[in-house]
Design a binder for this molecule. Structure first.
Ligand code: HAM
Length: 420
């Protein structure tokens, strides 16, 4: 029979214990990012993968690529138009409004799959994971510092090199309007040189022209007015203060041409990029979106947030050695012999900080030790027929150049394991 394959741009991830494998890096990334979120005292929010398509049309905007050509939407059996979420912010706000919690402050995090019908390439998938946070109910100021501090903590946690955080300010309503008018006026004489996509952006959301990938547009933009001339002094000093405050921790650049791909942003915006990523170099993006709640029928809820692209982020991490020690438990007795498994159970209850990998497959000691090395085990505990009879175990020191192995009594094994 024909095999059934996964869909284009949608990957399977499987932890085979090999720390060089991208899936293993992804799982480790998720675990440690969640730890940073909870250490900052954010609360988890989990929303459905499917939503009313209008949620994304109203939030991301009908000029955005996400809504125009990337959304996975279809009619369900009841002819209702629904969509697989392309991002997490709109769903989080929808949920908070629906729970009537839009009059209070929240610090939220989420982690889950998102879907965008994009042309797959390295770092760009049709199903990908985002780990995000949303800070709701706070005006500009403290949340901007907090969110950049969190981005720096995440970069530090994984010791990422060769990355920088670009920041910009899109201004308040008034300065954004003045800048957009100036940009349109500047681009008018070049209309014939703009491609169809940039012409649409020019009429629907002129700021997005700044994000054009077209080389000709980019060279036209070189002499365009800069948003720097239009934003208020308070916005300029916010950018400068953030850059100065965190300069010893992270590489932060003010980039007055930075705009984001979704229409809901207002004010402070940012992206983290890495020179190691190639064309899809942004592994994290976010910003302030003060008007989204009102747009979705909720109360006035000034907010800011960001999302990390988990696959891109994971591809950057070099060292994923966990702080927890790994020990392999190897039996060389008949599979039906129950005693070793009871010993493994007792070891696990003695020290829950240790990851004990009980190797279930039958095989030679050599192949089992190879597996122990592959999963980064520091020790192997080996029990064969002889050890079982003598009530002993062999401890093999896998990372110790001076010590090879030792035969110990089960009691000694227990105290050794407790002391790890
Ligand atoms: P975004 O910039 O569209 O923002 O996506 C955030 C991150 O998701 C990107 O920086 C990238 O790393 C990753 N990403 C996006 N598309 C793909 C793809 N097709 N394949 C792999 N990774 C991808 C948002 O989604 C906003 N909701 C972020 C936010 C939260 N703003 C405020 N709160």
């Amino acid at each position: 029979m024909d095999k059934i394959h996964s869909l284009t741009g949608m990957l399977d991830h499987y932890d085979d214990g090999d720390i060089e494998n991208i899936s293993v890096k992804i799982f480790e990334t998720e675990k440690r990012i969640k730890k940073v979120f909870t250490n900052y005292k954010y609360s988890e929010i989990r929303t459905p993968a499917l939503e009313d398509t209008n949620l994304f049309v109203r939030s991301a905007g009908d000029a955005s690529d996400i809504v125009n050509k990337e959304i996975y939407s279809f009619n369900d059996r009841n002819e209702k138009n629904i969509a697989l979420r392309p991002e997490g912010t709109a769903s989080a706000i929808r949920a908070i409004i629906e729970k009537k919690l839009d009059q209070t402050n929240h610090k939220l995090w989420y982690l889950g799959p998102m879907w965008r019908y994009e042309r797959p390439q390295k770092g760009r998938y049709r199903q990908f994971y985002q780990a995000g946070v949303e800070i709701l109910g706070y005006e500009e100021g403290a949340p901007e510092y907090e969110i950049i501090s969190m981005v720096c903590s995440i970069i530090e946690e994984f010791k990422l090199k060769n990355c920088s955080i670009k920041i910009n300010h899109l201004g308040d309503k008034e300065s954004k309007k003045l800048f957009c008018d100036a940009l349109v006026e500047y681009l008018e004489p070049f209309k014939d040189s703009l491609d169809e996509k940039d012409l649409t952006r020019l009429t629907k959301n002129p700021l997005r022209v700044l994000d054009s990938k077209n080389k000709e547009t980019q060279s036209i933009l070189k002499k365009a007015p800069s948003i720097r001339e239009f934003i208020k002094p308070s916005a300029l000093s916010l950018l400068e203060n953030i850059q100065n405050e965190y300069k010893d921790i992270c590489n932060i650049e003010i980039d007055y041409t930075l705009v984001r791909g979704l229409d809901y942003y207002s004010g402070f915006v940012f992206e983290a990029i890495s020179s190691e990523l190639g064309a899809q170099d942004s592994f994290l993006g976010g910003g302030r979106y003060d008007h989204l709640s009102l747009k979705l029928g909720g109360k006035n809820l000034p907010s800011i947030g960001m999302a990390i692209g988990v696959e891109r982020f994971a591809s950057l991490i070099k060292d994923i050695a966990t702080s927890n020690k790994v020990v392999s438990f190897i039996t060389l007795t008949s599979n039906l012999e129950s005693k070793p498994y009871k010993i493994a159970h007792q070891l696990r209850s003695l020290n829950s900080n240790i990851i004990l990998d009980l190797q279930l497959s039958e095989g030679s000691l050599k192949s089992k030790l190879r597996k122990a090395n592959k999963n980064n085990s520091e020790y192997a505990i080996i029990i064969g027929e002889e050890e079982l009879r003598d009530r002993t175990a062999v401890i093999k020191f896998l990372n110790d150049e001076l010590k090879d192995q030792e035969t110990v009594s089960i009691k000694e094994l227990f105290s050794f394991y407790t002391s790890l």
